[in-house]
Design a protein around this ligand. Structure first.
Ligand SMILES: [Zn+2]
Length: 196
């Protein structure tokens, strides 16, 4: 994403501290990196319900729902499948952009750490912090069954993904023991404890 403006060829710059540095000519430009907070969860975890409350609880952060880029990516990939790694990479670019204004990004999306680690944009963000929104399997099943007819509901697959996230991500925020405001406050406390 950072290309050297001094070299005659489009040289990709490399991160060095809070700068991007050209490996050929040594030119440097500001490229601040901040930690990225990912709030993951399988379908039915309550991401959509928590979202507006998290926005309200974290006015100094930029809070995004990862689904917002699906529509534009479907149009960009009109003649083929959506390039999902490219979509995730786009969110890393957004987070890097937000960091230039000193703003932390909180991204709600059904991701795993491994899905972000290998992307080109990974080196342009700081540490990745993951929390998972979780609920009991029977609650998730009820939520998925109650969804609009147009939404897919592969319930077994979502339960399996939820189990995988539960087993691998230590920071768990429940969404089945109170209103979404309370879950959002827990997520906000988790973010603030890592941003000072
Ligand atoms: Zn250069």
């Amino acid at each position: 994403m950072h290309y050297c403006q001094r070299c005659d060829e489009p040289i990709v710059m490399a991160p060095s501290g809070d700068q991007a540095v050209c490996p050929v000519c040594g030119a440097a430009e500001p490229a601040r990196r901040l930690p990225l907070f990912v709030v993951t969860g399988a379908s039915g975890s309550g991401k959509t319900a928590v979202f507006p409350h998290l926005v309200a609880a974290l006015p100094d952060c930029l809070v995004f729902d990862a689904d917002w880029l699906i529509g534009p990516f479907e149009r960009a990939c009109e003649f083929g499948e959506v390039d999902w790694p490219a979509l995730r990479d786009a969110w890393l670019s957004v987070a890097h952009g937000a960091a230039q204004s000193g703003r932390h990004t909180v991204l709600l999306g059904p991701y795993t750490p491994e899905q972000l680690d290998d992307l080109p944009g990974r080196r342009w963000v700081g540490e990745l912090h993951f929390a998972v929104l979780d609920c009991a399997d029977d609650v998730r099943t009820e939520r998925l069954a109650a969804r609009s007819r147009w939404r897919e509901r592969a319930i077994d697959r979502h339960l399996a993904f939820a189990a995988q996230l539960r087993a691998t991500i230590p920071a768990v925020v429940r969404t089945d023991d109170g209103p979404p405001e309370r879950s959002a406050r827990r997520v906000a406390d988790w973010v603030r404890s890592r941003t000072g």
